[in-house]
Write a protein that binds this ligand. Structure first.
Ligand code: ZN
Length: 484
């Protein structure tokens, strides 16, 4: 068996003030053919999985490029064209192959393309023809177009949010691809539209039980794989929305109705899947009133993992407004301010403008006299077993609040973010972090309580009022009706 694998992935927030080009991919993750590390990245776990399988089963593996850009704004047209053609050229020279396995995110939007993954899969199909098996992994925060389901034989999305199962997802995908090549299965894809867009964390009910249920369905009655495409509300594209994707054996009569039933059940969860979201003022009031600390306040929308800059000052200003000075904020993205603090040196007092430089919706910049507490070049934080770069970073004292400024955009994954900048997270009453849900497991052991704050900013956080130009507006919460 001869298999080609490649990965082009990012999550595009089409409302973000940022833009993404080749430098953003190269800075985040870029591995030329044969240079993929042994450890997987979120969207490239198909590489180590294919390598292992190739060794175990004597496959011939041809590796193409693997690249990932931190979630951000719309991708530069030339960057998309050149990355796509790079991978397609690699595929052409790898022919003949029995299968193509792609590690995709599924929410990449370029200036000249609203459905990058659909166009890529279509081009791959055109090159390899109908007899070659095409499989891909997806992040559930993706858009599922017909172009994708028409051109792929196997599509599998991560089931968990936080995405703790990305390696298992790659294993499932590669396994199904191999079984299809061997003629053991004849997969068909079935999609049911839930006609909604919602935030669907799986660490809590009702999604926890729903994910356990779809896992149990796999392997029974010809059902090969079940995925929930959560959708990504910050991507203004025609296919934005929540969908159920069932991969089943050919002519499995029950598969379309299973997809439809699951979509009905998921639709019934609308409005009930999120934790309680507080206003900034409520969150700080509650944190101040807590008997013990640290109370973690997650700024759920100013999350660089959702493609925004992560430089909002609104929660920090709320802390100051309520005199909640026993606090640390991790992080505010401001490379310019970081550079200035590094030039000033540890211990220096200086007048600094920091935060809120990329948009007019994330508060306003703070102008204040600050003290540089600590400088760390190439700072990092942990995320499970991986190390996430924060870039050059500084901790500053602003009115008694410790604020961490960083120069590589990253969401707050882990308390090591504070420790690595010289802040003992346990020593503060309040920790403000920027993440929607990926932070949860790592912060539970240190937090006395976790609060979620819904702070308006550049992230389009309310689909009822978002000014969509391309996404469907006849879905919940824009309309109450389920159309199917
Ligand atoms: Zn995701």
């Amino acid at each position: 068996m001869r298999i080609f694998c490649a990965s082009i992935a990012t999550e595009t927030n089409t409302f973000s003030p940022l833009r993404a080009d080749l430098n953003d991919f190269k800075e985040s993750f870029y591995a030329a053919p044969g240079e993929h590390p042994e450890t997987p990245t979120l969207c490239s776990a198909v590489f180590p999985v294919c390598r292992r399988k190739a060794q175990e089963e004597g496959w011939e593996l041809v590796e193409g490029t693997a690249t990932w850009a931190e979630p951000g704004g719309i991708v530069n047209a030339k960057t998309w064209d050149s990355l796509r053609e790079e991978v397609l050229d690699q595929l052409r020279s790898a022919l003949p192959v029995d299968a193509v396995v792609l590690g995709l995110h599924g929410a990449m939007v370029a200036q000249n393309c609203q459905d990058c993954e659909g166009v890529l899969l279509e081009a791959v199909r055109e090159i390899v023809g109908l007899d070659v098996v095409i499989g891909a992994t997806l992040d559930p925060h993706s858009h599922l177009s017909q172009k994708r389901t028409k051109n792929a034989d196997i599509l599998v999305a991560f089931k968990e949010f936080p995405h703790t199962d990305f390696v298992e997802c790659a294993e499932d995908c590669v396994d199904l691809v191999a079984r299809t090549v061997r003629g053991e299965i004849f997969p068909e894809l079935h999609v049911a539209d839930c006609n909604m867009i919602e935030v669907l964390p799986t660490s809590r009910e009702p999604m926890r039980s729903f994910v356990d249920k779809i896992k149990d369905l796999e392997g029974q009655k010809g059902i090969l794989s079940v995925s929930v495409i959560h959708g990504f509300m910050a991507g203004d594209v025609p296919d934005m929305g929540t969908k159920i994707l069932v991969v089943a054996e050919q002519a499995q009569d029950s598969a379309p109705s299973l997809a439809a039933d699951l979509s009905q059940e998921l639709f019934s969860f609308r409005g009930a899947t999120r934790p309680e979201f507080l206003s900034p003022a409520e969150a700080v009031e509650r944190a101040k009133a807590a008997e013990s600390g640290p109370v973690v306040i997650a700024d759920v929308w100013d999350n660089p993992g959702g493609g925004v800059p992560g430089d909002s000052t609104i929660l920090l200003r709320t802390l100051v407004g309520q005199k909640a000075f026993d606090a640390a904020v991790g992080t505010i993205w401001d490379p310019m301010a970081v550079k200035t603090c590094i030039s000033a040196g540890e211990g220096a007092k200086l007048k600094l403008r920091f935060g809120s430089k990329m948009s007019d919706t994330a508060g306003s910049p703070i102008d204040a006299e600050v003290t540089v507490l600590k400088i760390v070049l190439n700072a990092t934080q942990d995320f499970g077993t991986s190390i996430v770069p924060l870039g050059d970073s500084v901790a500053i004292d602003y009115l008694g609040i410790t604020v961490i400024l960083n120069s590589n955009r990253s969401q707050s994954f882990d308390p090591s973010l504070f420790r690595n900048l010289g802040v003992d997270p346990q020593s503060k009453k309040i920790l403000v972090i920027k993440s929607t849900n990926h932070f949860y497991d790592a912060f539970v052991p240190v937090a006395s309580e976790i609060l979620y704050a819904s702070v308006d900013g550049p992230y389009p956080n309310d689909p009822r009022t978002t000014d969509y130009k391309f996404a469907r507006t006849d879905i919940w919460p824009r309309t109450e009706e389920k159309i199917s």
